[in-house]
Design a protein around this ligand. Structure first.
Ligand code: NAD
Length: 264
């Protein structure tokens, strides 16, 4: 049997107890990577997720409950990864939240939270992961941005600012390491039906007095001309490609997978 392509690699995925992050974790585990989960949730369910993932893919797993709004907790998570697993080879900055309101109505504390989780946490994890990656001269940093890292939408000032910001951080990180074995790229998904988007579907159904299915159709057709959701599995497959040797010259890209959203 062929050795899985990411055997021996340690992957830390922020916000991987749900949605896209979980899809990333499963795709990287399927290629043999050790997985360090992070994110919120019921401790028993998270322990079971770790156990089940380990058994399904025959990989080691770990977990950090670090809150991505808290730099001290991020630092502890990264230090624990070094102590327990020898460092992080694949860093997926995925944790993210949304808040929808026009600028003048946007609660300042929600602005701060969105920027902290979606953008600043990636600065901290990246700065703390790079020294060990440099020692090994190998690393993959994958930032989960969004179609909103490339174009805007009304009502999403903090989210769009954070996602444009992370595309900028991606380019600079890529360039600072451009002659090393460390690459940094962003993935820019369109709509993916995760808990983050389900909340927006529910809000739309309530506001427009339509069914959940109708709200999903409207949400998609407004932005995503394919009329279909992107899936966590498809995004996971792109992350696996970005970790491969074939992608070693993909550097500083903001790669959209969005059913045609930003092609319009
Ligand atoms: P989700 O709500 O399903 O998952 C978010 C994850 O982040 C969860 O594991 C949650 O526990 C974790 N998290 C939230 N706050 C945290 C904190 N303070 N500290 C640590 N972990 C925290 O969301 P999702 O849709 O899977 O989104 C994942 C990423 O993908 C986000 O960055 C989001 O902006 C991005 N994205 C999502 C879509 C979409 O359509 N769902 C589209 C483009 C980009």
């Amino acid at each position: 049997m062929q050795t899985p392509q990411l055997a021996g690699k340690i992957a830390l995925i922020t916000g991987s107890t749900s949605g896209i992050g979980l899809g990333m974790a499963r795709a990287l585990a399927a290629e043999g990577a050790t997985i360090i989960f992070n994110g919120f949730g019921d401790p028993t369910e998270i322990a079971e997720l770790q156990r089940a993932t380990g058994i399904e893919f025959g990989v080691r797993t770990g977990y950090s409950n670090a809150d991505m709004t808290k730099p001290a907790e991020i630092e502890k998570m990264m230090n624990d990864a070094i102590d327990q697993f020898g460092g992080v080879d694949i860093l997926v900055n995925n944790a993210g939240i949304q808040h929808v309101a026009n600028v003048e109505d946007f609660p300042p504390e929600r602005w701060d939270a969105v920027i902290a989780i979606n953008l600043t946490s990636a600065f901290h994890t990246t700065r703390l992961a790079l020294p060990a990656m440099k020692r090994k001269n190998w690393g993959r940093i994958i930032n989960i941005a969004s179609a909103h890292g490339l174009v805007g939408s009304a009502g999403k000032s903090a989210y769009v600012a954070s996602k444009h910001g992370i595309v900028g951080l991606t380019k600079v990180t890529a360039l600072e390491n451009v002659q090393t074995g460390i690459t940094c790229n962003a993935i820019c998904p369109g709509w993916v039906l995760t808990p983050l988007v389900q909340k927006q579907v529910d809000a739309r159904a309530a506001a427009n007095h339509v069914s959940i299915d109708q709200a999903k159709r409207e949400l998609l057709l407004e932005k995503q001309p394919s009329g279909e959701f992107v899936t966590p599995e498809q995004l996971g497959a792109l992350a696996v490609f970005l970790c491969s040797a074939a992608a070693s010259q993909v550097r500083g890209a903001a790669w959209n997978m969005d059913g045609g959203w930003v092609a319009q």
